[in-house]
Design a protein around this ligand. Structure first.
Ligand code: GLY
Length: 404
């Protein structure tokens, strides 16, 4: 699973393709796989395919417990993608011949002290008004589900439809699935998109290679805003949002501190613990507006561990395996940008698929279906329609519109 070898990408860029996908994370790879499966010649360019924020992520598929006030329009998108996930996982596994570690075991959102309980109960009321499948559990009921929870917790919210996937196994699976349908993965960055007479004609790599293509899909996470050659006004407004995250590991043996994902509010701070069947427990994550900084800090490690231990004391016995930081691509309304660069853009053939922020893994199936439909000229998933780049042109956004 985590140790699954990743296929070695091709080193030279081919001279021509139908589509160049800029970025080889879960979004870029999912799009590339779907596009190649539809019969197109696809090249993915990424200096370190699969090893960006997709590798650092926790792999939560959590539309319900990740819902935030004011982000209701995003919920239609996340729920639609969550519904696609079981089928998507089966398809990737069948194409790749490796498992991706989808665990459909639900999620508990635990409240630490009495103040935390008031906040989580308030969130519960909000979720109920949205018609979401959630149930309030007393502390005793939550501990029956997860005996490793601390006796002092003050209650929990049970979200039976929020799941998880092993993001690293997923990356390996997507690389294999993409290779299986002929996608070429080039370990190089795209320097700039080439546009002539109002239409995309290809991409130039940082190594100086030209790849002729009539379509370029911009799926490079927060770096999508740094790719050259894109006309003013069509650059996706994405920024890096730092997330520091720990990976712990059980010692050999059957004992597990948790069997399902636990999120928690601990004296106002959010922490999550995502247990894998492999014995790994992922503990995350900070949310920091620090620009493109990926330095892991002692203070963040301390806070994540302190909060995790308050909720699941047995975590103290786990092996400390890894501490890293990744950069989520955040947009002005924290929702993704998916669609053509603009309706009448002067950049025909430029497609944007970035800004997935906290929901990249969750939104990969829906994004890939939307991009494949757009490029092949078919109707796409209707939930994606409000999430084009145009929403930022006049300062309006789905989230802002919902708030008025
Ligand atoms: N979706 C979890 C995170 O971004 O930290």
């Amino acid at each position: 699973m985590v140790g699954t070898p990743i296929p070695h990408p091709a080193s030279g860029a081919p001279p021509a393709a139908d589509v160049v996908v800029v970025g080889g994370g879960v979004i870029g790879l999912s799009c590339a796989w779907r596009l190649a499966d539809a019969g197109l010649r696809v090249v993915v360019c990424d200096p370190a395919p699969g090893l960006g924020s997709s590798w650092v992520a926790a792999g939560m598929l959590a539309p319900v417990t990740e819902v935030h006030y004011g982000e209701e329009p995003l919920l239609a998108l996340t729920l639609a993608s969550a519904r696609r996930w079981p089928g998507f996982a089966v398809e990737v596994e069948a194409a790749a011949g490796v498992e991706v570690g989808l665990q459909q075991t639900g999620t508990l959102l635990v409240a630490g002290d009495a103040d935390d309980r008031r906040s989580v109960q308030e969130l519960h009321r909000f979720q109920v008004t949205l018609g979401l499948d959630v149930e309030w559990l007393a502390s005793r009921q939550a501990r029956q589900l997860e005996p490793g929870l601390a006796p002092g917790i003050s209650g929990a919210l049970w979200a039976p439809g929020d799941h998880q996937v092993d993001n690293r196994a997923l990356v390996a699976g997507l690389l294999r699935a993409a290779a299986h349908v002929g996608v070429t993965v080039c370990p190089v960055a795209v320097d700039h998109v080439e546009i002539a007479a109002g239409a995309v004609t290809g991409a130039w790599t940082a190594a100086g290679d030209h790849i002729a293509a009539g379509t370029v899909v911009l799926a490079a996470g927060w770096r999508s805003s740094l790719v050259g050659g894109i006309p003013d006004g069509l650059v996706p407004p994405v920024r890096p949002v730092k997330g520091q995250i720990l990976r712990l590991q059980h010692r050999p043996g059957p004992v597990r501190v948790l069997t399902r994902t636990v999120r928690a509010l601990v004296q106002g701070s959010v922490v999550y613990l995502v247990p894998r069947t492999t014995g790994e427990v992922v503990v995350g994550a900070t949310m920091e507006e620090m620009g493109p900084d990926t330095t892991p800090t002692a203070g963040a490690a301390y806070e994540l561990l302190r909060n995790a231990l308050r909720v699941v004391p047995g975590v103290s016995e786990l092996e400390f395996a890894e501490f890293t930081a990744g950069l989520r691509p955040g947009s002005p309304d924290n929702a993704p940008v998916i669609g053509p660069a603009a309706a009448a853009s002067g950049a025909d053939g430029l497609v944007i698929a970035t800004g997935h922020h906290r929901n990249g893994v969750l939104l990969a199936p829906l994004t890939a279906d939307a991009v494949a439909a757009l490029v092949t000229g078919h109707p796409g998933p209707p939930e994606v329609a409000p999430f084009g780049l145009a929403r930022f042109a006049g300062g309006a956004s789905p989230a802002a519109a919902a708030a008025h």
